[in-house]
Write a protein that binds this ligand. Structure first.
Ligand code: NAD
Ligand code: AHE
Ligand code: ZN
Length: 369
């Protein structure tokens, strides 16, 4: 079938909105009509050419919501008409990883997914007979896409697509980093670096668990009001701090934070986040994704003296199990999404979403089909 898609033909170039061809679902696959998709900084990371796994031409996008249109042979858990959120971290419930309660990183299709292909090693998308690559197993920058059954969470059909698409990445990553990865406790002190689409959800997660102190750090002063809107208690702009940022934050948090989170993707910030964690027990969680060739460093003494460095993908969430619950939290008013969606546009306007992100003017842009 013909579908409308924003294609990343080359690294560093704007996306091109055009008509491409999509094959129907094969065994174990599902055809989904995407109704809305958020634009995450990770899409920009890959579009820019910084992603070591980036391959072109590809259809990016991994933060969508839509409706099942057709299912391939053998699909049992979904049917036509079901409302779904695509999962870049699938949940097969059978692999060694799914069977280990310590991780959410289902590996059953990770190799083909990283190569931009469906689990059978082929692509469903093409243009003029030449294959286009899938992205993170989702490719939500197309109004129809095909996904494996294990990469779809079935959600409440009353949930609005243009809001809950954000649960497909940003909301779950931020809140999950607090609840699933840090397992942060009521009364804790925390520092969040980067108050964008992910960092604000870390802040809302910290508010949810009853953190006592939530320090937000961002170079953009307009983020102060945003952080406060979701529960931040203190704002720090590093460019306005006299002297080193780390001792300033250690002092502010009365000896260091119990939990710190990097949501910038900047490796120097990751080091600051680790080093302002409390001696003896502070945990620093890396959420940000850093470009090819970049590495983190610190003095081993920082770890010897009891700080730990950890990371999280998709907030440690098991998508088919946890995503429907997070949608319900939203429907019950337990978490906020609407105010963070600052811009909506049609697919034709998708490059504006990247421009707004670069200018620091948006929290989340959502493309509505
Ligand atoms: P965003 O562009 O919306 O927000 C980034 C924020 O960081 C902005 O507010 C910016 O002003 C701030 N910032 C940049 N440099 C800074 C610095 N040196 N010090 C302090 N603040 C700084 O991006 P986003 O969509 O929130 O994504 C954030 C990061 O998280 C990206 O690296 C993205 O790829 C990554 N991410 C990871 C996961 C995961 O599962 N691990 C999921 C989603 C996104
Ligand atoms: N391809 C990159 C890594 C990108 C990355 O870390 N992605 C996160 C999700 S970011 C969502 O916005 C993730 O899930 N990682 C686990 C995984 O298996 O990809 C690189 O550096 O190669
Ligand atoms: Zn994302």
């Amino acid at each position: 079938m013909d579908v409308r898609a924003a294609v990343a033909f080359e690294a560093g170039k704007p996306l091109e909105v055009t008509t491409v061809q999509l094959e129907g679902p094969r065994a174990g696959e599902v055809l989904v009509e995407i109704k809305a998709t958020g634009v995450c900084h990770t899409d920009e990371f890959t579009r820019s050419g910084a992603d070591p796994e980036g391959i072109f031409p590809a259809i990016l996008g991994h933060e969508g919501a839509g409706v099942v249109v057709d299912v391939g042979p053998g699909v049992t858990s979904l049917k036509k008409g079901d409302h779904v959120i695509p999962l870049y971290t699938p949940e097969c419930r059978e692999c060694e990883y799914c069977l280990n309660p310590k991780t959410n990183l289902c590996q059953s299709i990770r190799t083909t997914q990283g190569a931009g292909l469906m689990p059978d090693g082929t692509s469903r998308f093409s243009l003029d007979g030449k294959p286009l690559f899938h992205y993170m197993g989702c490719s939500t920058f197309a109004n129809f896409t095909v996904l494996p059954e294990i990469a779809l969470a079935k959600i409440n059909p009353d949930a609005p697509f243009d809001k809950v698409c954000y649960i497909g990445c940003g909301v779950t990553t931020g809140i999950g980093a607090v609840i699933n990865t840090a397992k942060a406790e009521t009364g804790c002190r925390a520092v969040v670096f980067g108050l964008g689409g992910i960092g604000l959800n870390v802040i809302q997660g910290l508010r949810l668990i009853g953190a006592e102190m939530i320090v937000g750090v961002d170079l953009n002063n307009s983020k102060k009001e945003w952080g406060e809107r979701f529960g931040m208690t203190h704002f720090v702009n590093p460019s306005e701090v006299e002297g080193d940022l780390v001792p300033y934050l250690v002092d502010l948090t009365k000896g260091g934070a119990d939990y710190t989170f990097d949501a910038t993707g900047n490796t120097k910030v990751m080091r600051q986040a680790l080093e302002c964690a409390h001696k003896g027990w502070g945990e620093s969680i890396i959420i940000g994704v850093a470009g090819a060739g970049q590495e983190i460093s610190t003095r081993p003494f920082q770890l010897v003296t009891g700080r730990s460095w950890r990371g999280t993908a998709f907030g440690g969430a098991r998508g088919r199990t946890d995503v429907p619950k997070i949608v319900d939290w939203y429907m019950q008013g337990r978490i906020e999404i609407d105010p963070m969606i600052t811009h909506t546009m049609g697919l034709e306007g998708i490059n504006e979403a990247f421009d707004l992100m670069h200018r620091g003017e948006s929290i989340r842009s959502v493309v509505v089909y």
